[in-house]
Ligand binder design. Sequence first.
Ligand code: PMT
Length: 403
Amino acid sequence: MMLSGKNVVLGITGGIAVYKSAELCRLFIKAGAKVRVVMTEAAKAFVTPLTFQTLTGSPVYDQLFIGSERFSVEHVGLAQEADLIVIAPATANTIGKIANGIADNLLTTTVMAAKCPILLAPAMNTQMYDNPFHLANLERLQNFGYAVVGPDQGELACGDTGRGRMSSPQEIFAAACRLLLRKEAWQGRRLLVTAGPTQEALDPVRFLTNHSSGKMGYAIAQAAAELGADVTLVSGPVTLPQPYGVDFVSVTTAQEMYEAVLACFSNMDVVVGAAAVADYRPGTVSEQKIKKSGELIISLTRNPDILAALGRMKQRQILVGFAAETENLREHALAKLERKNLDLIVANDLTQPGAGFGTDTNIVTLYFRDGRERQLEKLPKREVAIMLLEEINALLTAAEEEN
Ligand code: PMT
């Protein structure tokens, strides 16, 4: 529960994107945060408070002058309790009011009384977004230290196309996590993750590859970014969207992945090798499409072993590998831990349903250099990622204390 103990005020203003705010609210609650929802009158024209009351299990706050049992002065109580205020959707009207010091409803007064970080997720018609008054208001707020996520480009509810779509709930949640957790464990830590398969060309139309979807590596990169780490994701070809808030390097072959990883290794504190890197590539790549003519024998050449190379070079870095095995899981994983000079290896047993390639869950055992072992139950890859990051952080802290 990454956000347990955190208090989030979710401010909702009147825009069609409000339907995404329910999902955002659910993401906060699932992560363990306590959410108090403040709605403007315009927001209530789009969705009833009952939706958010049901999701949070608490009343929705919408009245400036009615005291509640919880707070004697509503806006001050909400502001003092909050670790973060997120306004999603944030309309041009509310952004304009805040930027100009207007506090005429519960949300804007709460913002004015707050000392915590404030995150705005603008959502409006593209002409309104590009209006110089609005852009100046947004810039003014950013200069005052307000964080802004989005908006995205695309088709808008009014039929126009352009800037103005509210970011996805996942993107807003990721930005919120960065603000909530950035002062904590992972701030200033630099983590490189490899993910996905590599593709090794045989000819212009064929390649050798494997079943990696990138889900495991992307979950690690996304969770680390949400925890405040500076994340570089080196990814083979996958169909997943780029995680929010990471430096993204796209590669195709094992050789390209090797070069991309080595280029930034010296700046990293941690490398997690979740990619399924092809151990071999065709010895020669045919310039033209290979034609059928009886038996075809392909000779293969060894690719560089990225983690093994890092294991030879490493100084202070923590190196984490994965092992995808179909037999003798423990034995093979421990051999790789040793051979590649890793600090930790995450072994997935490919014979178990719900583990390994392509699935949304994984079943892994962690093997540490100091001989410890930790078996995790079947969990969503995101949960596996969070638990793995907790273990890596403990290794980093222990190494720092030693030095
Ligand atoms: O992408 P998903 O569909 O979510 O699936 C996740 C996964 C199964 C791909 C992932 O959890 C996983 O196990 N990744 C490593 C798979 C693998 O190729 O393991 P390996 O035993 O071949 O390699 C061991 C380690 O060395 C891995 O960390 C690998 O990234 C690294 N390696 C391997 C070969 C090579 N040439 N260079 C490397 O760095």
